[in-house]
Design a protein around this ligand. Structure first.
Ligand code: PAF
Length: 279
């Protein structure tokens, strides 16, 4: 698997692909790839002639007390997964290559200030900035993002529309372990006891989904029951559980589709997110 570290080198390769009339898909990642990422790469390989996987732990989206330094990294394992999935190359720049002397950042109002944005105030500015840079460097036809980061997907779609990127954003379903835990690179932080406790996220979401499917119309009742289920777990501490409309991410009083029910929960020191969407 070809691992490209320099922007100019990547641009030369992509220019040649373009001259050859090939389409390009981009899968932006922070590496430590798992089945969730693989599902994005598989879809990108199906729909494009060439696929770039970016593998970059982006410092600008981590707050001062977050896990930038300890975030898991394994470029050799990532290369093996990308090779097996049929990606064309990995873009794995150093932070200096991406940000040396940078004074320009991309920011967004409103939908970045709710849900995860409440406790991670700089996070989405970092995400918008790095994704804009990747879009400008790779100039993909399509880019692939997981629905596990539902707010991120909503933010990226809005950014692409607002800044006229002309790139198709493809959202892909959450991939779960057999017992329901959503796949995440951060699951590796969990001890075996915490790993069991983490099942309260998907379990409580299923309870919420069932309530709506059985006709519950009060968002507060569903959110209340989900929180109650999580609070039974002594290792869990809720950051937020919210029911919002899928497009504006505004709080719902009455259940109305399309909706997003999203949560962030600490299991020990590890902050996990999960959600369900009803279209
Ligand atoms: O979802 C992620 O892994 C990151 O937020 C992304 C989109 C690769 C930007 O760094």
């Amino acid at each position: 698997m070809q691992i490209i570290k320099k922007i100019d080198e990547l641009r030369t390769i992509i220019n040649q692909w373009r001259k050859d009339g090939l389409t390009v898909g981009l899968v932006p990642t922070m590496g430590y790839l798992h089945e969730g990422h693989k599902s994005l790469i598989d879809r990108a390989v199906e729909e494009n002639d060439r696929v770039v996987v970016s593998d970059f732990v982006n410092p600008t989206q981590f707050g001062p007390n977050e896990d930038f330094e300890s975030y898991p990294r394994d470029i050799n394992a990532d290369a093996a997964l990308c090779e097996a999935a049929g990606a064309s190359l990995i873009f794995n720049p150093e932070a200096d290559e991406m940000y040396d002397g940078a004074l320009t950042f991309v920011d967004m109002n409103k939908i970045t200030k709710v849900l995860c944005g409440k406790t991670r105030p700089i996070h989405f500015s970092g995400v918008c900035t790095v994704v804009s840079k990747l879009f400008n460097i790779v100039t993909p036809d399509r880019a692939y993002f997981g629905q596990k980061d539902a707010q991120q997907l909503c933010v990226i779609k809005k950014m692409v529309k607002d800044l006229n990127f002309g790139i198709e954003i493809v959202g892909c379903p959450i991939i779960r372990e057999a017992d329901g835990l959503a796949k995440s690179s951060r699951n590796t932080y969990l001890s075996s006891e915490e790993r069991k406790a983490a099942l309260c996220l998907s379990r409580s979401l299923n309870i919420g989904k069932d309530m709506i499917n059985s006709g519950e119309t009060s968002a507060a009742a569903v959110v209340g029951r989900i929180k109650e289920e999580i609070e039974k777990e002594s290792l869990a501490k809720i950051d937020y559980v919210e029911m919002v409309d899928l497009n504006q991410l505004e709080s719902l009083e009455t259940i109305q589709k399309p909706l997003l029910c999203a949560m962030a929960v600490y299991i020990g020191k590890t902050r996990l997110i999960d959600n369900f969407i009803m279209e």
